[in-house]
Ligand binder design. Structure first.
Ligand code: ATP
Ligand code: MG
Length: 360
């Protein structure tokens, strides 16, 4: 124990990269720790617009056909241009490439829980144990009206094939992969601060939106829906008869606020936001039913959270305080990055959470 803390104090690497390989972009955040202070020292973003023109040109497709060579090349390019000071990286595995579930089992001691879990893993994961890396953690406990105590266990599994793919990509890119983590655990780490009350985190990306319920710092539920920022761009393009690039510009300039010609942009965008919020309501209801945790705030992250007017719209629909999340709560950015701070807080929340994991 003493040796472990000594090792951490003196031998722990001072910097880590958090690498978020999204469907349409790669984001890297470099965090440096000195004493008890962690700061964001560098970042890089590479966005691809190609996915709009050719639907198979995404960095990461739901069918897992991540193009190893192409992704490694892009990572290598970003690392070179970003002039990062370390090659130690922590990366995320998207929700669709992993299994995340919260199980309810009777309360028992640690040994019995471990035995029960080996059975539960076989029940819940559709792959043989030899083909997955699996981890679980107790995330809560609750007594029902009859005095029966149950515990909640967060079960996470990543197929070995996915891990190997990431290892190969990072090796090709000249990086050393220190750890892999599922997305919700990483962004919950960066945006949930000292306020441990039940919260929803909504990560609105390009191709998918991830919805996570967190209580006392623990992920309690997670769901994903294939509607996100690009759904709005495509709706604007169809509705106004303009190209996707023009639609993307209009979306970013006007958000939910401005009109355009005879259409209000929001008329085109809101049906898709409502579909996302319908899924959010399901997660919220499930969390309140199963965990008896009344959700009382909502944090928006991901590129889509920068849509003008989205916070007040979501707040009015969900009826709970809603704001953009701040991924820099535990790793503030230096003054020179002030102009991009909002983007770092929201779009880099996942990358920052990954880099923090390196120090844990
Ligand atoms: N200022 C803005 N206003 C509205 N939307 C924005 C803004 N900036 C970025 N976006 C949208 O955010 C989306 C990209 O977000 P993000 O970088 O989080 O996606 P990603 O991580 O690559 O995708 P995914 O999480 O789906 O894999 C795009 O749809 C983009 O149009
Ligand atoms: Mg993303």
């Amino acid at each position: 124990m003493f040796l472990d803390s000594l090792r951490k104090k003196f031998f722990q690497p001072a910097s880590f990269l958090g690498c978020d390989i999204g469907t349409t972009s790669i984001k890297i955040a470099e965090l440096k720790r000195s004493g008890d202070h962690t700061t964001l020292t560098n970042y890089a973003l590479l966005e691809s617009f190609g996915h709009f023109e050719r639907s198979n040109n995404v960095l990461q497709a739901n069918d897992l056909k991540l193009s190893e060579q192409e992704t490694a090349n892009m990572l290598r390019l970003l690392i070179k241009q970003g002039k990062f000071s370390t090659t130690r990286a922590v990366a995320s595995v998207p929700t669709f490439a992993s299994f995340i579930t919260v199980l309810e089992i009777p309360s028992m001691n640690d040994d019995e829980t471990a035995k029960a879990m080996s059975y539960q893993i076989r029940q819940h994961i559709p792959l043989p144990l030899s083909e997955i890396a699996v981890d679980w953690i107790r995330v809560g406990q609750q007594e029902d009206n009859n005095g029966f105590v149950k515990q909640f266990i967060l079960l996470v599994a990543i197929p070995n094939e996915v891990i190997e793919r990431y290892r190969a990509i990072f090796k090709r890119a000249g990086l050393s992969l220190h750890a892999l983590e599922v997305e919700p655990l990483a962004y919950a780490r960066s945006v949930i601060g000292s306020d441990q009350t039940p919260a929803l985190i909504i990560d609105i990306g390009a191709r998918s939106t991830n919805i996570t319920a967190v209580d006392q710092g623990f992920v309690k539920l997670n769901a994903q829906i294939d509607y996100a920022g690009d759904s709005l761009t495509e709706a604007i393009a169809r509705g106004l008869g303009v190209g996707l690039r023009r639609a993307e510009d209009l979306k970013k300039q006007k958000g939910l606020a401005g009109g355009h010609g005879e259409y209000e942009l929001s008329t085109l965008e809101l049906p898709f936001i409502d579909v996302i919020l319908h899924e959010v309501e399901k997660v919220r209801a499930e969390c309140e039913r199963v965990h008896a945790a009344k959700i009382n705030r909502c944090l928006l992250i991901g590129g889509g959270s920068n849509l003008i007017g989205i916070e007040s719209y979501v707040e009015s629909k969900l009826g709970i305080p809603t704001s953009t999340g701040n991924g820099l709560l535990f790793a503030p950015a230096p003054d020179r990055l002030a102009v991009v701070e909002k983007e770092l807080q929201t779009r880099f929340a996942l990358a920052v959470g990954l880099a923090i994991k390196g120090f844990i």
